[in-house]
Design a binder for this molecule. Structure first.
Ligand code: GDP
Ligand code: MN
Length: 389
């Protein structure tokens, strides 16, 4: 789960990370009032969307008058901002963050992730922060510092000072950077984050360090114990199909292929996507209908999968243990009756009551393409797509 920059900054401020003074605005008057309240002569107007690269897309602008604050806000709110991370359709900007601008002397990068290889929270830092950090990581990986945190000890002071020194910081800045790292680590750990990123961490007047941009994402599976974070969820930034699916107790993740997948069990859903890819097809989604999938749930699964206009065929793969194939088959037939389903459907049923399930599909008269096993199903769905192309 992702949150907006202004929310991340508010959260980090609470943990002791220095961030600029600022507030979020929903319209032009709002923005001007905030800028006036903040005072000063220059303000930054920042589009709030769940995507980075805004600086490159015109979503971060420095205003030198209240008039400009109004103008930039007006130009951002209500438009689709295109950045290197949004795709060409862009993201609708519904609010902007107004902050006091500061003079930047140097931009650093400071982030934390969970490294799957070492299974540890790992600090990532660089002296080459700012808008081109992705480039730096690719072309000059030696300029990226990594330091794994031992979970039993936590982020140690000596590690922070070592990282700070390697970032090229000196004097008072070392202690300041260490405090920021400790605060970021505490926030990361306490809130079950998956990623935290301060970019740029800027050296401003008199060498002070400040988080000018911040981004965090959190482990959705841990959010039951963080009601304060859940409140920050912005449904407008999420895939509507994914939101609807979670409301129906379905686990759905949108992907960019053309084979819709309806599967029971997360592991089987992953294996199904692998099998499709193995046969040179491209899955349009991950979908786990769960163990006790009722006919209603199967119907909802079809509705959600078919909301994706790229879907040209559907593979239903059920291995019924707790579930029963006859129940699933009834759900499939019902979905065909209720919905205007035009794409070919390949079905693989196995497990409990399979001998009752297959005849139900056959007797329905709908043109289900039956498959014997997973490999057969993947082969058939790819063949059917190729035949249609
Ligand atoms: P991103 O492009 O989405 O990562 O957005 P950022 O918030 O990182 O902004 C991009 C760039 O805008 C930064 O790297 C800075 O160079 C600049 N920027 C951001 N905030 C300020 C600020 O308060 N003052 C000034 N002068 N520049 C800023
Ligand atoms: Mn940034």
């Amino acid at each position: 789960m992702n949150i907006h920059e202004y929310q991340t900054k508010e959260l980090l401020r609470g943990f002791g990370v220095p961030v600029p003074n600022g507030r979020v605005a929903h319209n032009v008057d709002n923005a001007a009032t905030i800028a006036e309240d903040l005072g000063g002569e220059r303000w930054v107007v920042k589009a709030q969307i769940h995507a980075g690269g805004r600086g490159k897309g015109g979503g971060v602008r420095v205003a030198s008058s209240l008039e400009e604050v109004r103008q930039f806000t007006d130009e951002m709110i209500g438009t689709y901002l295109v950045t290197p991370q949004t795709g060409e359709q862009g993201r609708l900007v519904q609010r902007v963050l107004i902050e006091q601008a500061c003079k930047i002397n140097k931009e650093y990068y400071l982030g934390m992730v969970i490294d799957r290889a070492t299974q540890r929270i790992t600090v990532i830092a660089s002296a080459s922060g700012g808008m081109n950090i992705e480039e730096v990581a690719k072309t000059d990986p030696d300029r990226v510092i990594r330091e794994a945190v031992d979970p039993a000890i936590g982020l140690a002071g000596f590690q922070c000072r070592k990282i700070a020194a390697r970032m090229g910081l000196a004097g008072k800045q070392i202690g300041e950077a260490a405090k920021i790292m400790q605060a970021l680590y505490r926030c990361f750990r306490d809130k079950d984050a998956l990623l935290a990123e301060i970019n740029p961490l800027a050296a401003i007047d008199e060498g002070r360090l400040m988080a000018l941009d911040a981004k965090m994402s959190f482990d959705s599976n841990a959010m039951y114990r963080h009601s304060d974070i859940i409140e920050l969820r912005d449904f407008d930034e999420e895939d509507v199909k994914e939101v609807e699916a979670s409301g129906h107790g379905l686990n759905y993740i949108a992907l960019d292929g053309d084979v819709g997948c309806i599967v029971n069990g997360a592991g089987l859903a992953m294996a199904t996507m692998d099998a499709i890819s193995f046969h040179k097809g491209r899955p349009a989604n991950f979908l786990d209908v769960g163990g006790g999938a009722s006919p209603e749930k199967v119907g909802n699964a079809f509705r959600i999968v078919l909301q994706d206009p790229n879907v040209k065929a559907i593979l239903v793969n059920i291995f019924a243990g707790i579930n029963r194939c006859d129940w699933i088959a009834e759900g499939l037939v019902q979905a065909m009756r209720d919905q205007d389903i035009q794409v070919p459907i390949v079905v693989r049923l196995a497990g409990t009551n399979v001998e009752k399930g297959a005849p139900i599909l056959k007797a329905s008269g709908f043109p289900f393409i039956m498959a014997d096993n997973l490999d057969d199903a993947a082969t058939k769905v790819v063949a059917v797509l190729e035949a249609a192309a």
